[in-house]
Design a protein around this ligand. Structure first.
Ligand code: SF4
Ligand code: SF4
Length: 365
């Protein structure tokens, strides 16, 4: 059963076309089922005794949950509410597509990815102190797909004289599982185990590298009351921007001139953090050519989940974002998210390059 909230949002969206131009999936697939309205029609049929089918469930997984539609909506509706609940229904009714099911099975075990985290990153974590007031939470995508980003962040924090630790046995925050199966009890329990492990360290400041984890920890863990109120959660980008502002971090100018910045959806839209990354980039002497869809209007590059569940669709969505970047004429695309780095990096057109902001900072320290 869908919640009353999901039904209200679906009934509002099902005859509305107003945000169709903004959906990064609908824009590259051209399918009505890949728009908020298309999904709303399917969800609204459930309360009219036409239940979800396997084909309809598959469409629910062709959404990045990027919130561009909700951000664009002038009437305050949010299609991610009913899309997430439809995923819960798909799981409960055994309608999940097989390729998604494999990813869910892995996520239930704590990672979107098969295999162990990167070994050089693990070795670097072993060399850090076991306890410190500041704990860096890396997240699943960083550990498996973008370990260099973490190593560069470590260099930056050390250059600023920050004492920090990282959990040797870092657990999943629940962000990805929550996107895959909805905010159900299994996800809350996974999150609670992660929160408890963090609290056992006694750290009072949690610096979160992946904006997806940061959004989930700040907002959903907050709703579930999983962290003590005296624990501060801050994104890595905001934290480094504060180090710069306080003078603890000094940077030299870098020579890159032809650059643009891809705002990660979670950072820009969900956490309203668009300027810290730009302050950091300007401090390294790098001029930015802004994409047409920048800051809260950013266009999703597909995200880490679709990259795993539907690589062909992920490739098309990422190509859509590369078109936006190409329109600026920039050769270097900078981002601040391990998922975006991994997805956009794997689809970079010839002659174009992706760098994350921490790799540039490590170069400028
Ligand atoms: S989110 Fe808003 S603009 Fe988009 S379909 Fe729903 S009601 Fe319309
Ligand atoms: S959340 Fe993003 S991908 Fe999903 S329907 Fe809205 S705009 Fe499209």
């Amino acid at each position: 059963m869908f919640s009353e909230k999901a039904k209200i949002h679906a009934d509002a969206c099902r005859f509305c076309w107003m945000c169709r131009h903004i959906c990064p999936v609908g824009l590259v697939s051209g399918k009505e089922g890949n728009t908020p309205r298309g999904r709303a029609l399917i969800v609204s049929m459930d309360s009219r005794n036409i239940p979800l089918t396997a084909d309809a469930a598959a469409l629910m997984y062709e959404c990045c949950l990027c919130n561009a539609c909700a951000n664009d909506c002038k009437t305050g509706y949010d299609p991610t509410v009913f899309t997430r609940e439809a995923r819960t229904m798909a799981v409960v009714n055994g309608l999940v597509p097989p390729e998604v099911e494999k990813v869910i099975d892995r996520a239930m075990q704590g990672s979107l990815y098969a295999g162990e985290p990167d070994s050089s990153l693990r070795a670097a974590i072993e060399r850090l102190p076991e306890k410190a007031d500041t704990l860096v939470y890396l997240g699943d995508v960083t550990l498996h797909q973008s370990p260099e980003m973490a190593l560069d962040l470590f260099k930056v924090l050390k250059a600023a004289g920050v004492e920090f630790t990282v959990l040797r046995d870092e657990r999943a925050s629940g962000a990805h599982l929550g996107d895959l199966i909805g905010y159900v009890d299994e996800v809350r329990l996974m999150s609670a185990a992660c929160a408890q492990r963090i609290q056992e360290t006694g750290a009072k400041k949690i610096v979160v590298l992946d904006p997806s984890d940061a959004r989930f920890i700040k907002q959903q863990w907050g709703a579930w009351d999983l962290l003590q109120p005296d624990v501060q959660v801050i994104t890595a980008t905001s934290y480094v921007a504060k180090l710069l502002d306080s003078g603890r971090l000094r940077l030299r100018q870098l020579p890159y001139q032809s650059t643009t910045f891809h705002d990660p959806c979670r950072l820009a839209r969900d956490l309203d953090e668009t300027e810290p990354a730009r302050r950091i980039i300007v401090a390294m002497g790098i001029p930015l050519r802004e994409m047409f869809l920048n800051r809260k209007l950013t266009k999703c590059c597909s995200g880490a989940i679709i990259h795993q569940t539907d690589p062909a669709l992920s490739k098309k969505i990422a190509a859509g974002r590369w078109e936006d970047a190409a329109a600026t004429g920039a050769d270097l695309l900078i981002t601040a998210c391990p998922g975006c780095r991994s997805v956009l990096g794997s689809q970079a057109p010839k002659g174009k390059l992706v760098r994350d902001i921490f790799s540039l900072l490590a170069e400028a320290c």
